[in-house]
Design a protein around this ligand. Structure first.
Ligand SMILES: Cc1ncc(COP(=O)(O)O)c(C=O)c1O
Length: 400
């Protein structure tokens, strides 16, 4: 007879928290299994197909033999294309070269690589909050300490140098930036970004700038840190193809960093995943280099996200909900009814919404702001509009 397994997780993951989105998605699945109709606005994933020219280029690449290992850091033409795009934004003297680029299996791996090589035990890393859930965990996996720096909701939760300086400690070595932001949809203006980079430079902090949503901005272009930086010796820019080109499943992301940092990340990656999938790298190369047909597809997708945003936002606001201005990415972030009066108002609202109205959204506790909730509008417009009517109905009923 076998004895039951007693598993004590290693110290590496002892503090790892499971995603707070899991409870809602499990409940949504259970309801669907019972035959209930559920509108799922939980996922942060474009609902479009990868543009056809990219898919065709990938098929051609397979037939041409892109089926083997590549260099760990990625194929040279892709790294050159990334460097060329970076140099179009960055005006400093230290031009970006292919040696500064490491291509990884999604920007998630790029972020993880950067955290592990830049931060370690004893380091404090400033994380503007709310932030994407994985930053806190990645900093923790690097055995550094994530310091939550709460932004001002009146400013879309954006942080400024004063707030960062107040939260900093003598052990602070870095700051995570994300604009446009998941979950808030806020976009930092060029002068706001520059002010943070200036503070980081003065303090000698590393800046990791996650720009995965940079192409998805509605009211004005979202600046990259590379647009405003005057030097980049402490800057790691992270980007990828997932969101802008509707290529989530291809798993391609990259870092743009000083060469020694790129070398360290490359060494790390050589012992973990090696190169990102060869065919996916060719697909990403096509996305970045084909030009107009792909650019037209990106513009059309962003225009469609904007239409959904403009159709759905008034429904939430008319219900008296405090919704942040969604200037970029594809999320509404709003304060849950009952905020400030119950401990996890966002979680309670998400649970009620799912049970009473069949709509799945993500509680703000996933982003360390439990009074808030996130709605993804990367879904069919009719569904987004219907879901927002249901959200409004449940919110009104909870307040009554
Ligand atoms: C802020 C942010 N960064 C990074 C990622 C990861 O993207 P990728 O698919 O490139 O790994 C996501 C995905 O949801 C995200 O929201």
């Amino acid at each position: 007879m076998s004895t039951p397994l007693v598993f004590h997780p290693s110290a590496n993951i002892a503090a790892l928290r499971e995603s707070a989105t899991i409870a809602v998605s499990q409940r949504a699945k259970a309801l669907k299994a019972q035959g209930r109709e559920v509108i799922d606005l939980g996922a942060g994933e474009p609902d479009f197909d990868t543009p056809a020219p990219i898919r065709q280029a990938a098929q051609a690449a397979i037939d041409a033999g892109a089926t083997r290992y590549t260099a760990t850091e990625g194929i040279l033409p892709l790294r050159e294309a990334i460097a060329a795009a970076a140099n179009a934004a960055y005006q400093g003297p230290d031009r970006v070269t292919a040696a500064d680029i490491v291509v990884s299996t999604g920007s998630k791996q790029s972020l993880y690589n950067a955290c592990v090589v830049l931060f370690g035990p004893g380091d404090d890393v400033l994380v503007p909050t709310p932030s994407w859930t994985s930053y806190y965990e990645m900093v923790g996996l690097a055995r550094a300490n994530a310091i939550e720096v709460h932004g001002d909701p009146a400013r879309g939760f954006k942080v400024d140098p004063e707030r960062l300086a107040r939260a900093a400690t003598p052990r602070t070595t870095g700051v995570m930036l994300n604009s446009p932001s998941n979950p808030t949809g806020s976009v930092y203006a060029p002068d706001e970004l520059r002010a943070i980079l200036d503070l980081a430079a003065a303090r000698g902090w590393w800046v990791i700038s996650d720009e995965i949503y940079v192409r998805i901005a509605y009211d004005a272009p979202a600046p990259s840190a590379l647009d405003v930086a005057t030097h980049r010796d402490h800057l790691v820019v992270v980007n990828g193809v997932a969101k802008a080109y509707a290529m989530t499943g291809w798993r391609i992301g990259w870092t743009i960093s000083p060469t020694p940092v790129a070398k360290a990340m490359n060494a790390l990656q050589s012992h973990t995943t090696s190169n990102a999938a060869a065919v996916s790298q060719h697909a990403a190369l096509a996305a970045l280099t084909i030009g107009e047909p792909v650019e037209a597809a990106v513009r059309a997708m962003v225009a469609e996200f904007k239409r959904r945003r403009d159709a759905a936002l008034p429904i939430l606001r008319d219900a008296g909900l405090r919704v942040l201005d969604p200037a970029g990415a594809f999320y509404f972030y709003f304060e849950a009814p009952g905020a400030g009066t119950v401990p996890d108002a966002g979680g309670a609202f998400c649970a009620a919404l799912l049970d009473e109205a069949g709509v799945a959204i993500v509680p703000g506790s996933a982003f360390r702001t439990p009074d808030w909730v996130r709605v993804s509008y990367a879904a069919d417009q009719a569904q987004v509009v219907e879901a927002c009517h249901r959200i409004a109905r449940v919110a009104r009923a909870m307040r009554a």
